[in-house]
Write a new protein. Structure first.
Length: 190
């Protein structure tokens, strides 16, 4: 009986992890639809590049870059990323986020201040589910279109690379923790 109590959660965790790893490598972005704004979360390879390409293709009127270091300007971003952003007057930078929860908080304030009704959320494929969880917690009346970004350094066969396995392992556990914390907070409110 004691073994079952320990074994069942472990089997569920492994099953969930394998499903998570499977799903993040099969996500597709809907590029046919336009939104009011593109929100990009810093911290992962190719995120800003992908977001600015979408913005330059007129997939949204506004671009918001969340989680930028205090001393970084839009010119710095363009130079480091080797990109040229059209319509820079419609680009805003958020300097108040250092993690996903803060990204959601920072972006929520920006969305409300700019009367945004739909966003394209650009972040890494392995980060999309946790980002959606945090954003949907904050934003109830805004449509969120997920836009996963893939990195050439993240192996699709995650079990063949210790670096990829470790990244996905950590992100899956962060997702579980965020889910549990959000459920506990909801139950406290009721």
């Amino acid at each position: 009986m004691k073994k079952a109590i320990i074994l069942i959660p472990f089997i569920l965790w492994i099953g969930g992890f394998c499903l998570f790893a499977y799903k993040i490598n099969r996500l597709n972005a809907d590029t046919s639809k336009n939104t009011d704004a593109i929100i990009v979360l810093t911290g992962g390879r190719n995120r800003i590049h992908e977001a600015t390409n979408l913005f330059n293709e007129n997939k949204a009127k506004y671009l918001f870059i969340s989680g930028v270091a205090k001393d970084i300007t839009l010119d710095n971003i363009q130079n480091t990323q080797n990109i040229k952003i059209k319509n820079v007057q419609n680009v805003d930078i958020g300097y108040n986020a250092a993690n996903t929860v803060e990204n959601a908080d920072e972006t929520t304030a920006w969305i409300k201040n700019n009367n945004i009704k739909s966003i394209r959320l650009v972040t890494s494929n392995y980060h999309i589910y946790r980002s959606l969880l945090e954003f949907r917690k904050n934003i109830k009346d805004t449509e969120i279109l997920p836009h996963p970004v893939y990195s050439e350094y993240i192996e699709k066969k995650w079990w063949t690379s210790w670096q990829t396995f470790s990244l996905i392992f950590k992100e899956y556990n962060k997702l579980l923790c965020a889910y549990i914390i959000n459920k506990l907070k909801k139950s406290e409110v009721i």
